[in-house]
Design a protein around this ligand. Structure first.
Ligand code: ADP
Ligand code: MG
Length: 260
C-alpha cells in the first residue's frame, strides 16, 4: 500500500488557531518532521483540574534526535502520547511532515501511527503469545491486511529478519517475550517500531527498566539506527545521562518546554 502524500503543496503555515506566529519561524516547515503549537492538556481529578501541558511549542527537524527531560510526573508521557496522536490535546495543534494530525479522524490517526510513527515504551508492550519475529511482523500485517500481507509474506519476513539482525536478535527469532531479557525485549520492540519504515520514532523512557549498561547499549542502538534509517527520534526520559546522547535536549517544566 502506497504511503499517503504528507506535504500539501500549498500549505506554508499552520492555521492560526492556538498559537501566534512569533517564536515558530525557524526551521522552515518542510524541514520539520514533527511540530506542536500551544499544546494544552489537563486531567480532572474529581472537581479539580490538573494542568499538565500548558502550551508546548516544539519543532523537531527531520533526522534530529531530540530528548525531552523532566521529573517524574512532569507530563513527559502525556506529551509523547499527544504528539503520537494516542491522546488528543485540549488545545493547540500537532503537525506531522507539514500536515496537521491531531484533529484527524481516528482511522487516519491509526494509520499514521501504524505507518509513519514508531513507538517504544519503558515496558516494551510486546504481545506475549507471539514470537519475536511475529511481534515484529504484527504492524506489517495490520498495515497490509492479512490477505495482501500473505501475498508478499517472504518480502515482509526478510525485512523483519534484517531489522532483528540490526538490533542483534537474529538468534532469538522464535523466542517468546518471557524468554527474553529486558534489553532483548526492548531490541525486539525497536525492530517492531521500525518495521513499517516510520519517519519518526517516539520513545517513552526506553531505558527506564534496564540496568545502566544495558540502557547504554540501547542508546548506542538508537543512535546508530537513527543514522542508518534516517530517523527522527523524540525520546522522553528523567535521566540526564541518557538524554545527553541526543542531538538536542529540552526540559519540560511547569507544562512548558525550555532549553536544557
Ligand atoms: P511523566 O511521564 O513525566 O512521569 P505523566 O505524563 O505520566 O508524567 O503524568 C503527568 C501528570 O498527569 C501526573 O501528575 C499524573 O498523575 C497525571 N496523569 C497522567 N495520566 C493521567 C490520567 N489518565 N488521569 C489523571 N491524571 C493523569
Ligand atoms: Mg512517564
Amino acid at each position: 500500500m502506497a504511503k499517503e502524500k504528507t506535504l500539501g503543496p500549498t500549505r506554508t503555515a499552520p492555521s492560526t488557531n492556538g498559537h501566534s506566529g512569533g517564536p515558530h519561524v525557524a526551521p522552515s516547515r518542510t524541514q520539520c518532521a514533527l511540530e506542536s503549537f500551544g499544546l494544552k492538556k489537563s486531567y480532572r481529578r474529581g472537581k479539580i483540574e490538573i494542568p499538565v501541558l500548558r502550551g508546548v511549542n516544539l519543532q523537531v527537524r527531520r533526522s534530529e534526535f531530540l530528548a525531552v527531560v523532566g521529573q517524574s510526573g512532569s507530563g513527559k508521557s502525556t506529551l509523547l502520547h499527544v504528539l503520537g496522536t494516542l491522546d488528543q490535546p485540549d488545545g493547540g495543534e500537532v503537525w506531522f511532515a507539514g500536515r496537521r494530525v491531531d484533529n484527524q479522524p481516528a482511522r487516519r490517526r491509526d494509520a499514521l501511527r501504524n505507518r509513519d510513527l514508531g513507538m517504544i515504551f519503558q515496558f516494551y508492550h510486546l504481545l506475549p503469545e507471539l514470537s519475536t519475529l511475529e511481534n515484529v511482523l504484527a504492524p506489517v500485517m495490520i498495515a497490509y491486511g492479512v490477505f495482501t500481507y500473505y501475498l508478499r509474506r517472504g518480502e515482509h519476513v526478510a525485512r523483519a529478519k534484517k531489522l532483528l539482525d540490526m538490533v542483534g536478535l537474529s538468534h532469538r527469532l522464535k523466542h517468546k517475550p518471557r524468554e527474553l531479557s529486558g534489553g532483548e525485549m526492548q531490541r525486539a520492540a525497536i525492530a517492531r517500531a521500525l518495521v513499517n519504515r516510520p519517519q519518526v520514532l517516539l520513545a517513552d523512557e526506553p531505558t527506564g527498566n534496564l540496568d545502566g549498561e544495558t540502557g547504554a547499549e540501547i542508546m548506542d542502538l538508537l543512535v546508530s539506527l537513527k543514522a542508518q534509517e534516517k530517523l527522527t527520534i523524540i525520546m522522553v526520559t528523567h535521566d540526564q545521562a541518557i538524554a545527553a546522547r541526543a542531538d538536542r535536549v529540552v526540559r519540560l517544566v511547569d507544562g512548558k518546554l525550555r532549553a536544557a
